[in-house]
Design a protein. Structure first.
Length: 224
């Protein structure tokens, strides 16, 4: 299976150029021209991320800090910044390398190859899902909003995992109970209501958003 590279830069011409180049060299590429699209592309579990620092709204440093606790792959900054302090800031936020613009395609290709070879022994990918700035790491069973972790009990996380992996679909409490507690569980499906209430409260306290919607008389669904 080819290595997957996520290329993030607000200059579409550059992301297209790099994407075509790396495809020609046998890589699978994904591109993003802003932080929101980059976050959505984390679901592809990239093996390496090329990340521009100078992006509007959420810049590369902020994005790197946001995702580093959930992304183990190398992150290489692309930037025109060249001061020592800029480089230090990049490393402190979780970057692994720093390539200044302008750069040559042979140089960046060689640098990426070196990082991927070093990462080969730790190639186990993390399964990530994102939703409105929320990052759910199914492998580590963690939930982050930007750079803040939100703690959940085992059953609470199980409910989140079931709903977010079936985002947009409506499930009644009986179906949720069977899926999370099991068909042979001794108990009452009404426990689902209390767990969902706690999940909502924890999410809202940190994010100010409502991720789980109640469809009255039907059940619950995760808002896309």
């Amino acid at each position: 299976m080819p290595y997957k590279i996520l290329i993030v830069d607000d200059e579409k011409m550059l992301t297209d150029l790099l994407s075509d180049h790396f495809k020609d060299n046998g890589y699978l590429t994904y591109t993003a021209n802003n932080a929101k699209t980059a976050l959505s592309n984390l679901k592809h579990s990239p093996d390496l991320i090329l990340l521009d620092i100078n992006m509007p709204e959420t810049d590369g440093l902020a994005l790197c800090k946001m995702i580093r606790d959930n992304v183990t792959c190398p992150i290489i900054f692309l930037t025109a910044r060249i001061t020592e302090q800029d480089k230090i800031n990049g490393f402190l936020t979780g970057g692994d390398d720093y390539i200044t613009k302008p750069f040559s395609l042979p140089e960046i290709t060689a640098r990426i190859g070196a990082h991927l070879r070093r990462e080969y022994r730790n190639h186990n990918s993390q399964q990530l899902l994102t939703s409105q700035d929320l990052i759910v790491n199914l492998s580590k069973r963690t939930v982050f909003y930007k750079d803040t972790e939100i703690g959940f009990s085992k059953k609470e996380f199980d409910i989140i995992e079931f709903l977010i992996t079936n985002s947009g679909q409506v499930f009644d409490k009986e179906r949720l109970y069977e899926s999370v507690w099991g068909f042979d569980a001794e108990g009452d499906s009404n426990v689902v209501k209390e767990h969902v209430r706690k999940i909502r409260q924890k999410l809202h306290d940190v994010t100010g958003k409502d991720y789980i919607e109640t469809i009255w008389g039907v059940g619950y669904r995760w808002n896309r």
